[in-house]
Design a protein around this ligand. Structure first.
Ligand code: AMP
Length: 141
């Protein structure tokens, strides 16, 4: 964590205006300033961890627990049947603000759903490669 405040800390501290929708001791939620859909909300930990990997597990739990509640509230507010919950976890994944934020983006019954699978080309892997990767993930925990 750097010493300089992130833009989201400045929002929490009231230095930058926001459409705040929720706040508790450890988390904060507000409307995204460039909404991908009406109701697009960001849920953040108040402490400015850069990546989910850096966060203590209890705080990850807090953020996801609030995200579930916010997803329900957003769906009701904008009459959406579903939401996409996503985190760009690291710069190479497209993360622009180095303070963990979970996007809650409503999706509508417009016949044009956008699963996260549309973001990737897909990887065609042989069984041995799958096993090798799984083993490597297991041994890196
Ligand atoms: P990401 O690309 O995952 O890092 O997303 C950063 C998000 O923060 C973008 O969707 C921005 O629209 C949003 N954002 C940046 N500045 C603000 C702000 N001042 N208030 C609300 N949302 C913001």
């Amino acid at each position: 964590m750097s010493n300089e405040k992130t833009i989201f800390e400045r929002i929490i501290d009231g230095e930058i205006p926001s459409y705040t929708v929720y706040e508790d001791e450890t988390t904060y939620a507000f409307l995204d300033a460039n909404p991908l859909a009406p109701g697009h909300t960001l849920v953040i930990p108040k402490e400015p961890y850069e990546r989910v990997n850096d966060m203590p597990p209890e705080l990850v739990g807090d953020v996801f627990s609030v995200a579930g509640e916010i997803a329900t509230a957003v769906e009701r507010a904008v009459d959406a049947p579903a939401t996409t919950l996503a985190i760009n976890n690291g710069e190479e994944a497209g993360q622009e603000v180095p303070h963990v934020h979970l996007h809650v983006v409503p999706q509508f019954e417009d016949g044009d759903s956008r699963p996260i699978h549309t973001l990737f080309d897909g990887a065609d892997l042989a069984d041995e490669e799958m096993e090798e990767i799984a083993e490597s993930i297991r041994s890196n925990q």
